[in-house]
Design a protein around this ligand. Structure first.
Ligand code: MSP
Length: 505
């Protein structure tokens, strides 16, 4: 059995999750479920990033004890992941003891190896981004990433020798063109490394300025820089320095899934940290795009967030998962609008998919008292080509995370089956007493629906299971091996329509 290790970023806990956070975890879940469908052994890691001044300040503003505040926000993340059926294997919190210990061990090790050293620092600090910048990097005196105000800082600090490894990283990227995806992000990182000299990374913060962090193990006056702390979760979460066998089993990660906003930290800091620790880099870093409202990235600080809980109430977890994965090709930005959601939901889910299942099962109920068996092995010509294409393309498209294309192909099958019903006119077969033809027609539709329900599993797990159950089959049949035409029987239980149209504006 091959193994597959996928991670998501650790979310800051200064506020409850929004659609942007949900997007990353839904993508991660879709990949993890696809791999399980292929019978691979999966470890799916997600969690929360709980240090840094921003979080402490937010807790103070709410007049709450910092840890109490954090626990509350962490629960809201966990609740949302439950509602969205995110099948993570472990939820890591950077305030957990084992993680703190590993971070401190890493710092000590790198200090002894002289990859971390003490020096003077003069620069500009952006609290929301938790990033330090030189004067030259500022954009008209503002943070080059978020364009907000920065604070000037002069102090002693500890530094990690990024510069020492710049040439290695450049070479590594050239030798591994699939290390960062999509290509546009790979080019961005390589271009940056070719045109700039990396500054060493400041990995400590003086306690007099930042109090909420992991104690710097070799100097009591400092805490660890929150990014240096958080990135280490990808190894501490699978047993680094705690459980050798577990760690060796899962590392290196197959995919670090991130948003494009945190590419620099993952594609430059992290591979260099791993190199200094003598560990292999992850196989791939995939940076997806942003959900925007108008022209602006959705984020709490811009005050334009969409609450996923509200949407789930209207379109369900699967409706939201489907929309986010179908609407834009992975890697691109997307515009979030209620109209787009409503159109997709009503047309793709309520009309195409929902109707197909409902009317097919209604006919099986009406004409064959809920039971049909088929000895036929031949796929009807009218949807053979469509199904063949899907069977050929599904795995390669899923492996390249081209989710919107996969869904498009699945919907071609759905619509071909709908057309098959309209063209065949089953009610005429019934009238003319062509029972065998009618039985063959319905059996083929049930088989087509069964196979389709396996393919939609990574995207809409609840719907997939619901369809399988309505077909009278066990959830265990949801595996890629069974996504082929089979003889057999169906003892169906017709349920309510899978999706009811939304009319509200
Ligand atoms: N804590 C750091 C990550 C540390 S990983 C070792 C962080 N947290 S975050 O909460 O600000 O954002 C995490 C991720 O949420 C982003 O990388 C991205 O994956 C996702 N998104 C946040 N807003 C988003 C959108 N508006 N659109 C799409 N994804 C977005 O950065």
């Amino acid at each position: 059995m091959s193994k597959f290790y996928i991670t998501t970023p650790l979310y800051y806990v200064n506020s409850s999750p929004h659609i942007g956070h949900a997007y990353t975890n839904i993508i991660g879940d879709c990949v993890a479920r696809f791999k399980r469908l292929k019978n691979e052994e999966v470890f799916f890691l997600t969690g929360t990033d709980e240090h840094g001044e921003k979080i402490k300040l937010t807790a103070d503003e709410c007049n709450e004890d910092t840890l109490y505040f954090i626990d509350r926000v962490v629960n809201s993340f966990k609740e949302l992941w439950n509602k969205l059926n995110i099948s993570y294997d472990f939820f890591i919190r950077t305030t957990q003891d084992f993680h703190i210990r590993v971070v401190q061990e890493v710092i000590r090790y790198l200090f002894e190896q002289e990859d971390i050293y003490k020096s003077n620092y003069q620069g500009f600090y952006c609290i929301p981004c938790e990033s330090l910048w030189t004067e030259a990097q500022l954009d008209n005196g503002l943070c080059p990433e978020c364009k907000r105000k920065v604070e000037e800082i002069v102090e002693e600090n500890y530094f990690f020798r990024l510069s020492k490894y710049q040439d290695w990283l450049k070479r590594y990227l050239k030798d591994n063109p699939n290390f960062i995806k999509p290509k546009i992000r790979y080019n961005e990182v390589l271009g940056f490394l070719e045109n700039n000299d990396l500054d060493d990374l400041c990995v400590s913060r003086p306690k007099k300025r930042v109090s909420w962090g992991i104690d710097f193990p070799i100097d009591d006056n400092f805490v660890v820089y929150v990014w240096f702390d958080a990135l280490i979760n990808y190894i501490s979460g699978i047993g680094f320095n705690q459980d050798k066998d577990k760690f060796n089993k899962w590392w290196p990660a197959d995919i670090h899934l991130i948003g494009k906003d945190i590419l620099r930290q993952h594609a430059i800091f992290w591979p260099i940290m791993l190199k200094a620790l003598n560990l292999q880099p992850p196989a791939m870093i995939f940076a997806h795009g942003w959900w925007k409202v108008g022209e602006e990235k959705m984020s709490k600080s811009r005050g334009n967030i969409v609450n996923p809980e509200e949407l789930i109430k209207t379109i369900g977890a699967d409706g939201l998962r489907y929309f986010l994965l179908r609407e834009i090709p992975l890697g691109m930005d997307g515009n979030f609008s209620w109209l787009a959601i409503k159109n997709r939901f009503n047309s793709d889910l309520a009309n195409d998919l929902g109707n197909l299942v409902y009317r097919t099962l209604s006919m099986v109920e009406k004409y064959f008292e809920c039971f049909i068996s088929g000895n036929f092995e031949k796929i009807p010509d009218s949807f053979k080509e469509c199904l063949d294409n899907l069977q050929k393309n599904y795995v390669p498209l899923m492996e390249s995370l081209d989710f919107s294309s996969v869904l498009e192909e699945i919907w071609q099958l759905v619509n071909t089956m709908n057309k098959f019903i309209e063209d065949t006119k089953p009610w005429l077969l019934w009238k003319e007493n062509k029972v065998e033809d009618l039985k063959w027609f319905l059996f083929s539709l049930l088989e087509g629906i069964r196979i389709m329900s396996i393919y939609i599993y990574p995207f809409m797990p609840q719907t997939s299971i619901e369809i399988m159950n309505q077909l009278g089959r066990d959830d265990k049949e949801i595996t890629l091996k069974k996504a082929i035409w089979q003889k057999g029987s169906f003892k169906i239980t017709k349920g309510k329509p899978l999706f009811s149209r939304i009319d509200a504006d």
